[in-house]
Design a protein around this ligand. Structure first.
Ligand SMILES: Cc1cc2nc3c(=O)[nH]c(=O)nc-3n(C[C@H](O)[C@H](O)[C@H](O)COP(=O)(O)O)c2cc1C
Length: 222
C-alpha cells in the first residue's frame, strides 16, 4: 500500500484510523488490486479545518438505540474521550471527569441502577457495550454546562468514527444512590455530580433520521 500524506502537526492517530478504515475496505473487496493509495490530511495544529466537514458531521450525528454486542476498540474509545477533554469549560477549569466503562459487570450495574430510577427493569443503555460516564466537580459553578459540552463532543466524535452513541439521562440520580456514592468514593470523586451516560457501540440496523427542526429555532437580530 502506498501512503500519500499531507501532514501538518501530530496526526499519527488520524493516520492509524485512515489505515484501519482502508484495510477494512480492502478486506471486504478481497484485497488490493493494483496500487492502493491511502491519503490522509491533518490540520490539527493549523487551526484551518474544513467548516463544511464539521457542519456535515454535526448534522449527521443521531442518537442510536440499537447496538451490536461487539466491543468498541480501545483506540476509538480513547479518541472519543480525548475529544471530550477538548470541550470548553468555565474559566478553563476542566471540571468534568470522563470514565469509560467496558467492564460488563459495572456496565450492567449502572444499567440496573439507571433502570431502577425509572421504575423499570429494561436496559436503558439499549445493549451498548460501552458507557462513558461524565461526572463533574459540583463545586464549580459551570459544572453542568462543562459536563454537557463534554457529552456533546464525545457523541460527535463517536459519530465521525462510525460508531453509534446516545445520551442516557439519570446519571445525577444514579450517583446520588448509596451504590452510586460508593462508586464515587472508590474512584476518589466524592463531591462529583453525574452529568450523563454517553453510550457507545456499533449501530444495529438503519440510522435514525433527524426530526425536522422546529420553526423559529433560530433568529438573527441585527
Ligand atoms: C439531556 C439529554 C438527556 C437525554 N436522555 C435520554 C435518555 O435517557 N434516553 C434516550 O434514549 N435518549 C436520551 N436523550 C437523547 C434524545 O432523546 C435525542 O437527542 C433526541 O431524541 C434527538 O435525537 P438525535 O440526538 O438523534 O437528534 C437525551 C438527550 C439529552 C440532550
Amino acid at each position: 500500500m502506498k501512503i500519500v500524506s499531507h501532514h501538518i502537526g501530530n496526526c499519527n492517530q488520524k493516520r492509524q484510523i485512515c489505515e484501519r478504515i482502508l484495510n477494512e475496505m480492502l478486506a471486504k473487496m478481497g484485497g488490493c488490486k493494483g496500487d492502493c493509495y491511502l491519503v490522509y490530511y491533518s490540520y490539527i495544529n493549523k487551526g484551518d479545518i474544513d467548516m463544511n466537514t464539521v457542519i456535515e458531521a454535526i448534522e449527521a450525528r443521531r442518537c442510536v438505540r440499537s447496538y451490536r454486542a461487539t466491543q468498541v476498540k480501545t483506540e476509538d474509545l480513547n479518541l472519543i474521550m480525548e475529544a471530550g477533554t477538548f470541550a470548553p469549560t468555565g474559566s478553563g477549569k476542566q471540571s468534568p471527569v470522563i470514565i469509560g466503562v467496558q467492564d460488563k459487570q459495572l456496565r450492567d450495574e449502572l444499567s440496573r441502577l439507571n433502570a431502577h430510577i425509572m421504575g423499570k427493569d429494561t436496559d436503558p443503555f439499549y445493549g451498548a457495550p460501552t458507557v462513558i460516564l461524565v461526572l463533574a466537580d459540583g463545586t464549580r459553578s459551570t459544572y453542568l454546562q462543562d459536563g454537557s459540552l463534554v457529552m456533546g463532543n464525545m457523541m460527535l466524535a463517536a459519530s465521525t468514527l462510525g460508531l453509534g452513541s446516545c445520551w442516557v439521562h439519570r446519571a445525577k440520580e444514579v450517583f446520588e444512590t448509596d451504590q452510586g456514592r460508593e462508586l464515587l468514593k472508590a474512584w476518589g470523586l466524592e463531591g462529583y455530580v453525574g452529568i450523563g451516560n454517553c453510550i457507545v457501540g456499533y449501530p444495529e440496523g438503519d440510522k435514525p433520521k433527524a426530526a425536522p427542526r422546529k420553526d423559529g429555532y433560530t433568529r438573527i437580530i441585527k
